[in-house]
Each structure stands twice: as C-alpha cells, then as structure tokens.
Design a protein around this ligand. Structure first.
Ligand SMILES: Cc1cc2nc3c(=O)[nH]c(=O)nc-3n(C[C@H](O)[C@H](O)[C@H](O)COP(=O)(O)OP(=O)(O)OC[C@H]3O[C@@H](n4cnc5c(N)ncnc54)[C@H](O)[C@@H]3O)c2cc1C
Length: 389
C-alpha cells in the first residue's frame, strides 16, 4: 500500500472509477482508488446501464449527451470496450405525457441531441412486437443505447494504471484525517495514506465516509430490482424502451435476453444498506411481468432467466452531490447518483477532475454542488421526483 498520494478516491463504482481515471489522465499525480469489495460490486454492477438523454433540465441533458458521445468512442475516451450497444432509445408517449413529452423533445433538440418525433406507425416499424394500445407516439434517441457497467468501470480504472493510478480492491477506507479544515490523509484497512485530496465516491456509504469529516447529507436509499427473460427465437428488434404509461422500462441484453425493471413514480423501498435481499422477490417479479406482458404480449410464455436487487442512493432532488464541500480544504463529494448516474458517471468524473485541478469544466456542474440545498437552490424536474430527473 502506498503511504503517499496526491489524491485518494474512496469507492470503485462508476463515480470513483471515472474521477480517478480523469485525474490520472490529466496528470494530477499519484492517484489511489480504494474499493472495499471489488470494482462495480454494488449499484454500478447491478445497473441496467441505459445510456439515454431524455431529461428535463439542460445541464443533465448536456451531461447525458456528452456521455453518449463518450460511450460511442469508449476505446479512446473511456479506456477500453464498454460494451456499448447503440440500439437507440425510445420514450413512449401517451395522452397524459403529451405535454412533458413535448418539453423533453424541445429540450433535447435545443441541446443538440439527435431525436425523432415518432408516430404510432413509426413505433410499429421500430419495435414490431410492441402493443401500441393507448400510445400516441414516442420520442426516439437515435444514438442512445445501453452499456456493460462492469466492463465500463474496469476499463476506466485499469486503463488509468498506465498513467499511474493505483487500484486497491478489497481495501476499505476507515477514516479521514484533518489538520484544521484541511485533509491530510486516509486511514485504510491496509495502512495510512497521506494525501491533500479525498474524493468521497462511496455510493450508498457516502454519508458514512462524510461523517468522518463532520458531514451528514439528507440521503435515502431504495432497493431496486431488475429481471431478465429469454427471448423467443422469432422476437423482432427493439431499442431500449421507457414506458411512462405502464411505468417500467426494458431493453435487450445481447442477442437472446430482455432486461426489464419498474420505473418512477413509485414508492421507494427503504433498505438497510449493509444487509438486504439482493435477489428478485416474487412481488417485484410479478409487477414487472404484468407490465411486460401487457406491452409485449408475445413474451407471455417467455422463460424467466434471472433477477436481482441493488441500491439507489437518493438525494432530496434526485441529483447527485458533486463538488467541494464548504469549510473543508481538499475534500470533495461525488455520490447519491440516484437512478440515473451510471451514464453520467464519466462526464461528471471528468468535470470533477477539472474542478479539482482548477480548470474550466466543459459543462458547468456547479448546480450539483452539495451546498445547493442549504442555499435553497435544489434542482427541479418536469417529471417530478424519480430517476427521470
Ligand atoms: C437496478 C438499478 C438499475 C439502474 N439503471 C440505471 C440505468 O439504466 N442508467 C443509469 O444511468 N443509471 C442506472 N442506475 C443508477 C446507477 O447504477 C447509479 O447511479 C450508479 O451506479 C452509482 O454509482 P456510484 O459509484 O455512486 O455507487 P456504487 O456503484 O455503489 O459504488 C460505490 C462503491 O464504494 C465502495 N465503498 C463504500 N464505502 C467504502 C469504503 N469505506 N472504502 C472503500 N470502498 C467503499 C462500495 O463498495 C461501492 O463499490 C441503476 C441502479 C440500479 C440499482
């Protein structure tokens, strides 16, 4: 274990791997990434990893659009193959969602995203097995898709070893030392590292790490489930689909499977983050299947493959806490990714690295500063709370 570093990143999910990658790439010096389990072991590795751009505020749209372009060129920009399957993303629109849908279409177009306004006939052509009853059309993001979250995290972390990043898996951060208001080091299960810069990317444990420097953000956690079914051999093509009408989403997984999960708004499912059921429970499976069979009746006899549960770490406005913490020198938060920060991990990690290095960011992310709630400036969403942000 190194005894000195220019920066220590706590947490090897998408946020920690991205921040560490870009700090190392930009030449910040010796960077250490600590992960108490293995890379992408918690929320990131269980993410549906949909990479799409429909959000209701310009900053998130710009970050997501940048993410699409990073995933398109992942070998060059994210360190390797991220398993990006660029099959497009379709947001289904019913009468109730006509107005927010129009807003989203305008928002995406005005931020340069390639989107198409789809009629019901277009939907039938794009996704022939879909039951379009109750729909009035859709919004199609041509360049979106989904990625492999574990490959992505590993590509970011392992490529950065070429620029001096040290990645320690199975090593837990256990404390942070301060001299006055200045960070001086991190205690770990494998010794002490002197450092002037710490990034808290501990995901669900972000508040635990923050408590070591006297912070306590308002955070909730929710247990979130996904399931996969085997596709019948004659199943037609489909993009990633978000269905606000039935409140769920689905997408293909490689050639032979489909992954589906519940959408928002829904009740969050409070959870003990240190001990929870990581399997798909029968009730969630039943709820997902009911929606799936309604939208895709041809799947009624499809064979169940597997399911899982993991964690959302949710801030009060459903946007992550990113940036320097007031009153502390050298301490940065980067957690509470809620339900949409797999895709935003790389652009946010890059912007945070720029901020730490005192450089301009290509997208201004100061709206995500952790002090925004105290200052009465939370983010807002046309859709209300939830992962549609
Ligand atoms: C079921 C599900 C579906 C999702 N679908 C999507 C989607 O389609 N698209 C999308 O963009 N987002 C999606 N998300 C959200 C996305 O996955 C999360 O926002 C993102 O992965 C959060 O990343 P993170 O790095 O903050 O957290 P995590 O991946 O949880 O990483 C935090 C890491 O910190 C480590 N750690 C904690 N404490 C310490 C310590 N003291 N020392 C060392 N290591 C520590 C943990 O072990 C963990 O590995 C989904 C999430 C879930 C659960």
């Amino acid at each position: 274990m190194d005894s000195n570093a220019d920066a220590v990143v706590i947490g090897g999910g998408i946020f920690g791997a991205s921040a560490a990658h870009f700090l190392a790439k930009k030449g910040f010096g010796n960077i250490v990434l600590l992960e108490k389990r293995s890379l992408a072991a918690v929320s990131t590795g269980h993410s549906a990893a949909n990479v799409r751009t429909y959000y209701s505020n310009p900053m998130t749209v710009q970050l997501a659009w940048k993410a699409v372009q990073m995933f398109e060129r992942s070998e060059e920009l994210l360190g390797g193959d991220c398993g990006f399957d660029q099959i497009g993303f379709l947001l289904l629109i019913d009468e109730e969602n006509r107005i927010p849908g129009k807003h989203i279409l305008e928002m995406e177009s005005s931020n340069g995203v390639e989107v198409k306004d789809m009629s019901v006939e277009d939907l039938k052509e794009l996704a022939p097995d879909m039951n379009t009853e109750g729909l009035i059309g859709g919004i199609y993001e041509v360049r979106s898709g989904y990625a492999d979250p574990i490959k992505t995290t590993k590509s970011l972390a392992y490529k950065a070893k070429d620029w001096g990043l040290k990645v320690y898996e199975g090593v837990e951060a256990t404390g942070i030392s301060l001299e006055g208001d200045r960070v001086t080091g991190v205690s770990t299960s494998d010794g002490f590292i002197s450092t002037p810069v710490v990034i808290n990317a501990a995901g669900p444990w972000g508040n635990q790490v923050g408590s070591w420097v006297g912070l306590n953000h308002s955070i909730r956690w929710s247990r979130e489930t996904d399931m996969a079914v085997h596709l019948p051999p004659n199943f037609g093509r489909m993009p990633v689909v978000s269905d606000p009408s039935l409140v769920f989403y689905y997408r293909p997984q490689g050639q032979g499977e489909l992954v589906a999960g519940l959408g928002f708004p829904k009740e969050i499912e409070p959870v003990d983050i240190n001990s929870y059921d990581e399997t798909l429970d029968p009730d969630s499976r039943h709820r997902i299947e009911r929606k799936l069979f309604e939208r895709l009746p041809v799947l009624k006899d499809a064979k169940y493959s597997h399911g899982w549960a993991s964690l959302y770490t949710i801030s009060d406005d459903w946007h992550p806490l990113v940036g320097k913490e007031d009153g502390l020198q050298g301490y940065y938060s980067c957690f509470a990714g809620s339900g949409h920060c797999f895709k935003l991990g790389p652009p946010i990690g890059e912007a945070l690295a720029d901020m730490i290095m005192g450089q301009d960011t290509s997208i201004d992310i100061t709206a995500l500063r952790p002090s925004r709630f105290k200052e009465g400036e939370p983010m807002t969403s046309a859709w209300g709370g939830g992962n549609r942000a």
